[in-house]
Design a protein around this ligand. Structure first.
Ligand code: ATP
Ligand code: MG
Length: 424
């Protein structure tokens, strides 16, 4: 019978890989905690309507990329393609937003039916951050300062650059939208099919087109930055001043729009040159209208999401994963012969009590001295504790260095933890 394999674009994360994932997740967790952000956990599945209403009907995600299905009740459900919609839904549903400010974060898998390639998968993972109830550019700046601190924590400060833009209020975008449509109407025949359709449904989405011919036409199009409104302009100027003061460097990219409908005013992306086409490792912006659009009381908001696969790929490509991020054991306790097993387990457990930060692996499964030592070596441990019937009788243990040529020494079992504390 043919073996069943994983679904294309959905990756297993194997034991060799999990240490780097844990390293990335715990580093991000620590930084977010430093800034007072609180974790929220939402379901992976939501009503399809939630994503249609928030991300927008005429976006790549909703038109082409969602995993949507009817459950047994006939309700249309969707595997979340991103976290903002669910986070807003949850926060609103549980009264977290009314008359208060919130700094929230979440992590987990997201699902998009895209063409799998390096840095682009059908199940991928994000850490997302959403802030509610703060209208000023101060919180936008905080998010960017926080991400800059994160890159520094990973040693990435020279490998991620920040692009920012202001896409105005929804009123100013309406005026711009008309100008864009009249410009593009002249070239209707040369537009790709999606863009042609979007000319009537959602023209701003055309700015996001990846089609080369459409991109060429867009070069001559009016720019969103020529249609600023006072309010967004002021917000953007203040944001830039705050970033300057904090020493966060950025470039203003007037062509930067985001692939989701809910953004307004500030949008930003952190981009790296080291990952080819999938260079955006973190992206976000302000979405002051979304909470209300989803039926809540008007609440301003700003957030971002970073793609963990891309971040990890980047760290690995640049050789920035610290050496100590691995699965290696520190100490491997062998048991030579059945009568020794119980005391080997007891010795190992005592080591765990006394050296709580170390990884102590007990040999299980029997075998010859040679095969146990081979396993000890493969575990990555720096020391093997050798227990046989002689040691059992004498109350000692053999302590054998595995990573250098030092001789084995005999240590009283009572002293083992103290001796090992100095060595590993
Ligand atoms: P892209 O332009 O690369 O398609 P996007 O604008 O669709 O990205 P967002 O929806 O803003 O991406 O998601 C935020 C981040 O999540 C991205 O910057 C990226 O790091 C990551 N990401 C998005 N889609 C994928 C995917 N299919 N596979 C892996 N990571 C992804
Ligand atoms: Mg995308």
């Amino acid at each position: 019978m043919a073996k069943i394999q994983a679904i294309r674009g959905m990756n297993d994360i194997l034991p060799d890989q999990t240490p780097v994932w844990q390293y990335v997740e715990s580093t991000v967790r620590k930084v977010l905690a430093q800034y007072g952000y609180q974790e929220i956990r939402m379901p992976i599945v939501e009503q399809t309507e939630l994503f249609k209403r928030s991300i927008g009907e005429v976006t790549d995600i909703v038109e082409k990329e969602m995993y949507t299905f009817d459950d047994r009740n006939g309700d249309s459900l969707t595997l979340r393609p991103e976290g903002t919609a669910g986070c807003v839904r949850a926060a609103e549903e549980h009264g977290l937003l009314f008359n208060q400010t919130r700094r929230l974060w979440y992590t987990g898998p997201m699902f998009r039916h895209e063409r799998p390639q390096k840095g682009r998968y059908r199940q991928f993972h994000q850490i997302g951050v959403e802030c509610f109830g703060m209208a000023g550019p101060d919180i936008d700046a905080e998010l960017l300062v926080l991400t800059a601190r994160l890159w520094a924590a990973f040693g990435l400060e020279d490998h991620a650059s920040l692009e920012i833009n202001s896409i105005g209020t929804s009123e100013s975008r309406k005026v711009y939208r008309d100008a864009l449509v009249s410009y593009l109407e002249q070239f209707r025949d040369q537009l790709d099919e999606d863009s042609k359709r979007r000319l009537t449904t959602n023209p701003l989405r055309i700015l996001d087109s990846k089609d080369p011919q459409t991109r060429k036409l867009l070069e001559g199009a009016p720019s969103l930055s020529e249609y600023p409104d006072d309010e967004s302009q002021r917000h953007f100027e203040q944001l830039k001043a705050l970033l300057d003061a904090a020493g966060v460097t950025y470039t203003v990219n007037p062509a930067l729009v985001r692939g989701l409908d809910y953004y307004g005013k500030t949008v930003f992306e952190w981009v790296t040159q080291s990952l080819g086409a999938q260079g955006t490792i973190c992206a976000g912006g302000r979405y002051d209208g979304l909470v209300e659009q989803l039926g809540g009381k008007s609440t301003v908001a700003v957030g971002f999401a970073m793609g963990l696969e891309r971040l990890i790929l980047l760290l690995e490509t640049l050789g920035l994963v610290p050496d100590e991020v691995n699965n290696a054991a520190d100490i491997y306790v062998t048991a030579m012969g059945d009568p020794v097993i119980a005391s080997a387990m007891a010795v190992a457990d005592r080591l765990r009590n006394e050296l709580p930060g170390r990884v102590v692996v007990t040999h299980c499964g029997g075998g010859s001295f040679k095969s146990q030592m081979k396993k000890a070596d493969r575990s990555g441990a720096r020391y093997a504790v050798i227990l046989g019937e002689n040691e059992l009788a004498n109350g000692t243990a053999g302590l054998k260095p595995l990573r250098d040529d030092q001789p084995q020494q005999d240590v009283p079992q009572a002293d083992l933890a103290r001796v090992l504390a100095e060595l590993v």
